[in-house]
Design a protein around this ligand. Structure first.
Ligand SMILES: [Zn+2]
Length: 201
């Protein structure tokens, strides 16, 4: 591979929303891939790869095979393993777009290689439902059921919290006691699904 091609490949991989660190040292097999959980927790920061929900307890953490056709490979590639909550793992299941769907541009978005949120997935500021702007994003949102009422509600609560914190900050932020309380509220708000930009007009 030429130097330029190598560099452009690196650039491509650094474009993801999630930055992967080093893979586990031990090679992963179909029986031992769950040993990658510490590295996945580190790289995905305890959030679901798909809905970005914070996964509170270790028992709720699941490992999704991004490309399920590789699920039974004897050697498992770390880059194909994604931290997921039960909802998204169940919805995504072993689904992979058919040839016909792929011809129409349907595919899953790989958050380790590309920006999904703010690039082709946006949040309607009124309904808090996700809106896809490409065939891939629409397929991704529908297949993984990212407009499940529970997820929509969490995004709504997070938006209200952020708005209230910002209002208080503007009105009372100069008071040191209020500022301390606000920083605690801010820390609590960061536990929720992060703010997702609205669709561009
Ligand atoms: Zn999820």
């Amino acid at each position: 591979m030429s130097k330029n091609r190598r560099e452009s490949k690196q650039q491509f991989y650094s474009k993801g929303r999630v930055k992967r660190g080093p893979a586990p040292l031990a090679s992963l097999t179909r029986k031992t891939y769950r040993k990658a959980l510490p590295e996945l927790r580190r790289d995905f920061q305890d959030r679901c790869a798909y809905c970005m929900r914070h996964i509170g307890t270790k028992t709720d953490m699941q490992i999704d095979h991004f490309d399920p056709r590789k699920k039974n490979d004897k050697i498992q590639i770390y880059a194909n393993l994604f931290l997921s909550d039960a909802h998204c793992n169940r919805a995504k299941s072993d689904i992979w777009p058919t040839d016909e769907e792929q011809r129409l541009g349907c595919r899953f978005l790989n958050c380790c290689n590309e920006q999904d949120y703010g690039e082709s997935i946006f949040e309607d500021p009124v309904t808090h439902k996700l809106v896809g702007t490409t065939p891939a994003a629409i397929f991704h949102i529908e297949t993984i059921d990212l407009n499940d009422p529970g997820l929509v509600n969490e995004r709504k609560i997070r938006n209200e919290m952020t708005k209230n914190i910002n209002d208080l900050q503007t009105r009372l932020g100069n008071d040191p006691n209020v500022a301390l309380q606000l920083s605690k509220l801010q820390a609590a708000a960061e536990y929720f699904i992060p703010i997702i930009p609205p669709p561009q007009a």
